[in-house]
Design a protein around this ligand. Structure first.
Ligand SMILES: Nc1ncnc2c1ncn2[C@@H]1O[C@H](COP(=O)(O)OP(=O)(O)OP(=O)(O)O)[C@@H](O)[C@H]1O
Ligand SMILES: [Mg+2]
Length: 485
């Protein structure tokens, strides 16, 4: 049977920009290939019947890299922890190809761990299996939580021994293919500014607008409009991370997509509890990219992007665009938190106090962030409309004493107050909304670590697949039932 991946209609979109933007490379050859994860949902999104795609097809295309288009290592620089680094670029990946989804939008297949390139510096060009697994889990969980994210199309174990300072070594290797809107990064523009090439900035800008902001293509102000929309997309994304309790960990400008989509999941974590200073990367000593800093860091990255863009866009327009960030972030975050609490909308300005109280309740008590919303979802019932003391009192909430108890009571009373305004139908809808916005299973770091143990000890992959089912279904029980039936 012919390999469907080799018969997709690949569009040489980035390729037509020319060699100023990439280097043609070839993939490494690996000792063996074992498909560990395939994402059939993406096949459907591409209009490919998953039944027609065998595991060997995945291995041929995304492990042995049989292909119809050249492999392109994309060039970029970036600000890393505030320092400009001109020695970046795809050092362990390349653009395999670009295809349209059934929605008409263009997507990248980008590799990670496929071998060395001119940008590998002294590194091996490889990805650890554990790193690949962690990225699969992050992308699938964020997707379930409604965050605009890249996905993982495949993860293939490749049989090499890798040495890493942050994993017991030797450790196992893998190659991953990422499915994302684009791998053009803020750093792709920054590199062109570094070389003083306004012409290349302009070409790239036209390309980005054509493929990712096509609604502005014929507008006289298309550059300014593009930047203003990017600002809003990034602000929306950060609000989604914050509501999802997600800390990306490495918000360097080479990890910021020009489409406003989230990607590159290295040392990320879902926050265990609401701690604004929670820092995901062990090497982020100052906590620069901690949970609460994410909005202003991303706004700062957008501001940095003005440097290359101002080679072709009026700086006044860029300033006006950036001004949209704060309100877009606040508005989206507010709405998402209102939804996480189960409501469609809450009246303003009076409900602001309630939202603040919710965050403070989470901050000042030893409540798990995800656990709290999960308890709210599981316990939600009609009786809460009658008796405020029942609210969120299901098993699992720690005993509150002293000022903490009165804090909880104030919160319950306000929640109760808003519940009383709802009709029986609205109460039903509220239950559904709680379930939609609060998956009862969000993998914390320890849970991700726990699936790695059986893999290294006895090559047991069941916990990994079960965890992915849990993430998809949103509940542990449902996932376990589904796997055993
Ligand atoms: N093992 C490696 N071999 C070669 N280059 C590497 C390796 N690990 C990281 N790099 C390079 O270091 C830089 C920063 O890495 P970072 O972890 O942000 O990106 P990445 O995870 O490799 O790729 P992506 O951003 O596409 O997810 C990139 O230029 C990357 O290609
Ligand atoms: Mg990166």
């Amino acid at each position: 049977m012919a390999n469907p991946f080799l018969f997709l209609e690949y569009e040489p979109a980035f390729e037509t920009l020319g060699s100023d933007y990439y280097d043609q490379v070839s993939a490494a050859e690996f000792p063996f290939h074992i498909l560990r994860f395939r994402n059939d949902e993406i096949l459907t999104q591409l209009g490919v019947d998953p039944q027609s795609v065998t595991d060997d097809h995945f291995i041929e295309a995304f492990g042995k890299f049989e292909s119809v288009r050249p492999a392109l290592a994309m060039c970029y620089h970036g600000y890393q922890f505030g320092e400009y680094n001109p020695q970046l670029g795809d050092g362990r990946g390349f653009l395999y190809g670009q295809v349209r989804g059934t929605n008409g939008e263009l997507y990248d297949f980008g590799t990670k761990g496929s071998g060395q390139t001119p940008y590998s510096r002294n590194a091996d060009g490889r990805l650890t299996l554990k790193g690949g697994i962690r990225e699969v889990i992050a992308a699938e969980t964020l997707h379930r939580m409604g965050v605009k994210t890249s996905r993982t199309l495949s993860l293939i174990e490749t049989g090499e021994k890798l040495y890493r300072s942050d994993e017991p070594s030797p450790t196992r290797s893998a190659v991953m293919v990422r499915f994302s809107r684009s791998h053009i990064r803020f750093g792709t523009f920054e590199r062109l500014h570094y070389f003083g090439r306004a012409d290349l900035v302009e070409n790239l800008l036209n390309h980005v607008i054509k493929y990712y902001y096509p609604h502005f293509q014929n507008d006289r102000d298309c550059y300014a409009l593009f930047y203003a929309e990017l600002v809003q997309r990034v602000a929306t994304l950060v609000a989604q991370w914050m509501a999802a309790g997600f800390c990306h960990g490495v918000l360097n400008t080479d990890n910021m997509s020009i489409t406003g989509e989230s990607f590159d999941y290295g040392p990320y974590a879902f926050i265990p509890s609401y701690n604004p200073r929670f820092t995901a990367a062990y090497f982020d000593h100052s906590g620069l990219y901690c949970y609460a800093n994410q909005p202003w860091v991303c706004k700062g990255n957008l501001e940095r992007l003005q440097q290359p863009l101002s080679m072709v866009i009026d700086p006044k327009d860029l300033e006006t665009g950036l001004d949209l960030f704060d309100s877009q972030f606040q508005e989206t975050y507010r709405q998402l938190m209102v939804n996480k609490l189960g409501f469609e909308q809450l009246p303003r300005p009076e409900s602001e106090e309630f939202l603040k109280l919710t965050v403070n309740l989470l901050k000042n008590n030893d409540l798990g962030y995800h656990n709290f919303f999960s308890l709210l979802t599981q316990g939600f019932c009609q009786q809460w409309q009658e008796d405020s003391t029942l609210i969120c009192q299901a098993e699992g909430l720690p005993e509150f004493e002293g000022w903490r108890k009165s804090y909880l009571e104030s919160w319950q009373q306000l929640y109760h107050h808003y519940l009383q305004t709802l009709s029986p139908t609205e109460m039903q809808e509220m239950k559904a909304r709680l379930q939609q916005h609060n998956p009862s299973f969000v993998p914390l770091r320890a849970e991700i670590e726990a699936i790695w143990e059986p893999i290294i000890v006895e090559d047991n992959w069941e916990p990994f697949y079960t965890l992915l089912q849990q993430v998809k279904q949103g509940t542990k029980q449902e996932a376990e039932t589904k796997r055993t039936t």
